[in-house]
Design a protein around this ligand. Structure first.
Ligand code: MGD
Ligand code: MGD
Ligand code: SF4
Ligand code: MO
Length: 725
């Protein structure tokens, strides 16, 4: 432990020891570094976290989630023993017994129903090493094609769009430090102030230097406070809004013709499409006035430099890929990319939202962003893994579709690592019933999540404090995080657990790592020559450089903080691609029965399904979900502030506390998704998937809202109508 023991002081007279460790926040994609201080007396330890000065990402700042991150990892409810379901109850068992049970279950399912009858479900919270290992575990140890992960719900639309447009998918095309160099910034469907709080100072600095900020969101948020112009778009109508912006860009000629000619394919088709756009129609469809559309387009068009950022507001739709492509059209048409102060960024979400999507957790993917159906990619990885190319399975299905296969009993066993799908999937009721149909559900977690509570076997894993590993942050910067604590008695590291299960299945020789660095060394080889090339990155170089940006193709290369600066994109002909994007619409339209649009998202103090943050009193001040609704809408329905409302979609119903807020559109309601069980908003959301990337429509579905007492009376009548339909 000497490596990370930075400071140690013994205060003899007080029988007190103080330690200081350097670690990294496990939560969002910023990946802020911090110091964790421990004050140890004979009976107990006290901890507190402070920002790390000199961290190039956070610039020496932390948000409240970072300050209290250690609380859940050190919580007394950490799982410390395997739990096996006996009857209705999860009962403590030894690791030997747990593995023996799993070996038998796995064997019988795979022998009777084939290797693909077992699925693996991963996470963008995992380190690169674990993501890589999980992909290898599925393909080599289980030999199943069914692996996917929660990043399907997070990054897939932006990833699909960036791959199509640029030939590469790295969230931001430039480092954070470039943000203040932009003269105009568009933030579309992103609530940075609550979701990546330490990114805000970069935007504030830009604004202080005269940058014009445009924020596109159906609600006022902490982020819209910095907007010079807030476009309150109707949920699901971003592609149409971008068409409106493009119309003005072309009409008033803010187009960079030289750049288009030299570096972009598809411009004539896009320009023809834009000419056909009617601004009045766009205004009507999006709820944003023509004058505001013009003003925004002019701000961005006239600026010499500019950036566009998107996040889940634009991406989590069944038209997510096309929505994002239309924002990228804006960037490419104006030539605001590959130059200082310019660029595009899909703001990644989870701690390793970026790396987690590069190294083989996706159904169709091998490490280094290689494709599982590409013969050369398969050959390369087979060599690195030391297996026959033919033994690597083909492509599986996406995250939500895996649950549909469980519902149909095609997938009969599932291993979950680092996710809580029963709360985070759309149409959560189906997920719960699909999980109950499984022959076995294994959850590797360090806390008891709603999904773990449904498992047949829960294996106690490791937190960020206990495992070395690299994380790739929203910039594409690969950062090393060192373990600073021993595992609690009884828990095991996730890596050890996967390796032990592999050994139990007779595949131990492929999983003989003595350190995470050894896994990273293998990952380097696996990614060499791939799009996400990490081959030039080593633990030592990361430490020396405070992180390295991929692609990094050799140890003598300094990484790539800025993409496309040589004017070349990653398609074979070196050009980027634009495409004509027709207006896109929410898949479930509102009507008289379901007259409001529900959109969902996040709040500052909670993280994801809340398993971690609900344990921390300082973060759990809002301890139940709420319905943001405009006072005019609420009054019409007869709701009172802080009263109870019944919210119903075609898939389910939940009861929520009313939070009247004049900042939201009158036709829209918003609910955060941080709670499970009866309070789970995903019981209502729509599992319609994007045809290209399989992202669900989390951000728009049709609902009806009523005061709790009234709706009950109407219920029978509505049910009758639905039966008739
Ligand atoms: N505090 C906190 N921080 C987090 C997380 C967390 O759970 N809590 N999660 C992390 C993860 S995994 C992710 S993916 C990121 C997510 O980060 P964000 O994408 O910024 O977060 P969301 O709240 O999901 O959505 C952003 C905004 O989109 C708006 N929106 C909804 N519908 C639409 C629409 O149709 N169009 C437009 N333009 N906007 C719309 C919402 O009102 C919301 O303000 O945050 C990361 N950081
Ligand atoms: N309605 C709606 N639904 C959404 C979204 C939305 O905006 N609206 N957003 C979607 C998005 S963007 C995302 S990313 C997903 C997130 O959805 P989930 O991944 O289901 O949510 P988390 O709460 O992050 O679940 C992580 C679980 O893994 C555990 N865990 C975390 N790290 C580790 C680790 O290193 N090892 C082990 N063993 N366990 C670990 C935690 O304790 C927790 O139980 O939700 C999606 N669902
Ligand atoms: S901004 Fe993100 S990474 Fe930084 S402290 Fe907050 S939650 Fe953690
Ligand atoms: Mo996410």
């Amino acid at each position: 432990m000497t490596d990370f023991l930075k400071g140690y002081r013994q205060l003899e007279h007080e029988k007190r020891r103080e330690y200081q460790y350097e670690t990294q926040c496990p939560f969002c994609s910023m990946q802020c570094k911090m110091n964790l201080h421990e004050e140890k007396t004979v009976h107990r330890s006290r901890y507190n976290a402070t920002p790390l000065k000199g961290d190039p990402v956070s610039d020496g700042k932390l948000c409240a989630k970072g300050v209290y991150a250690h609380a859940h990892a050190l919580h007394s409810s950490r799982l410390r023993t395997p739990l096996l379901r006996v009857g209705e109850t999860l009962t403590p068992v030894t690791w030997e017994k747990a593995y023996e049970w799993l070996r038998k279950k796995m064997g019988s399912v795979q022998v009777q129903h084939g290797n693909d009858a077992v699925g693996v479900y991963g996470s963008g919270a995992l380190t690169n090493e674990k993501s890589y290992l999980l992909g290898k575990f599925a393909r080599v140890a289980l030999q199943t094609k069914h692996i996917d992960y929660n990043g399907r719900f997070c990054m897939s639309a932006a990833a699909g769009a960036a791959n199509q447009a640029f030939g590469i998918d790295r969230g931001m095309t430039h480092p954070l430090e470039d943000i203040p160099l932009a003269e105009c910034i568009i933030l579309a469907g992103t609530n940075v102030a609550e979701c990546q709080p330490t990114m805000m100072p970069y935007f504030r600095k830009a604004k202080a230097q005269g940058c014009k900020m445009i924020v596109i969101d159906p609600r006022e948020t902490s982020t819209t406070k910095i907007a010079d112009l807030h476009l309150k778009v109707k949920p699901g109508m971003d592609a149409a809004l971008a068409n409106g912006l493009l119309k003005v860009i072309v009409e008033e000629d803010y187009v960079d013709h030289t750049f288009l000619q030299k570096s972009v394919d598809g411009a004539p088709e896009l320009l023809a499409h834009i000419r056909s756009i009617d601004l009045e129609e766009v205004a009507c469809l999006t709820g944003v006035a023509v004058e505001q559309i013009r003003e925004a387009a002019r701000m961005y068009g006239k600026a010499n430099t500019g950036m566009v950022f998107t996040a889940r507001g634009v991406e989590q739709h069944a038209s997510g890929v096309m929505n994002v492509r239309n924002f990228i059209n804006l960037v490419l048409l104006t030539g605001k990319i590959g130059k200082v102060g310019c660029g595009y960024g899909a703001i990644t979400g989870q701690g390793n939202g970026q790396g987690g999507r590069e190294h083989g957790q996706k159904a169709d993917q091998l490490p280094g962003y290689r494709l599982i159906e590409n013969p050369q990619d398969r050959e390369h990885i087979a060599q690195v893994w030391g297996v026959e190319e033919s033994s690597i399975p083909g492509k599986g299905v996406s995250a939500y579709e895996m649950f549909e296969l469980m519902d149909k009993r095609e997938i009969r066993g599932l291993i979950v690592l680092g996710s809580n799908p029963v709360v985070s999937n759309p149409n959560a009721s189906l997920i719960e019933s699909a999980l109950q149909k499984l022959d076995f559900l294994v959850v590797i977690d360090y806390l008891m999540s709603e999904t773990a509570a449904l498992a047949d076997l829960v294996l106690p894993g490791s937190t960020y404090l206990e495992e070395d590993g690299t994380m790739t942050n929203l910039e594409g910067r690969v950062i090393l995080r060192k373990a600073i604590k021993e595992l609690p008695d009884g828990a095991r590291s996730d890596i050890k657990i996967l390796s032990e299960i592999a050994a139990m299945l007779g595949k131990g020789k492929y999983f003989t790592y003595r350190s995470t660095e050894q896994i990273f060394e293998e990952l380097r080889k696996a990614t060499k020559g791939g799009v996400a090339d990490y081959s030039g990155i080593t633990y030592k170089r990361i430490k020396q450089n405070k992180g390295l940006f991929w692609p990094c193709t050799s140890t003598s290369q300094s990484g790539t903080p800025r993409l496309f600066t040589n004017g070349r994109f990653y398609h074979p002909n070196g050009k980027a691609r634009v495409i004509a994007v027709p207006h896109q619409f929410p898949k479930e339209q509102i009507n008289d029965d379901y007259p409001l649009t529900l959109t969902t998202g996040r709040m500052m103090m909670h993280y994801q399904t809340g398993v971690q943050t609900r344990l921390t009193p300082e973060l759990n001040k809002v301890s139940e979900p709420y319905l943001e609704i405009h006072p005019h809408t609420a009054e019409k329905i007869g709701l009172v502030d802080k009263g109870k409302a019944r919210v119903r979609s075609r898939r389910g119903e939940i009861i929520l506390t009313v939070k009247m807020t004049a900042g939201i559109r009158e036709d829209t309601v918003f609910v955060p998704f941080h709670w499970g069980g009866e309070s789970c908003i995903n019981r209502l959301t729509l599992p319609q998937l994007d045809p290209q990337c399989r992202m669900p429509e989390f951000k728009a579905c049709a609902v009806r809202v009523a005061p709790l007492h009234q709706e009950k009376e109407k219920e029978t009548e509505i049910k009758k109508v639905e039966v008739l339909v």
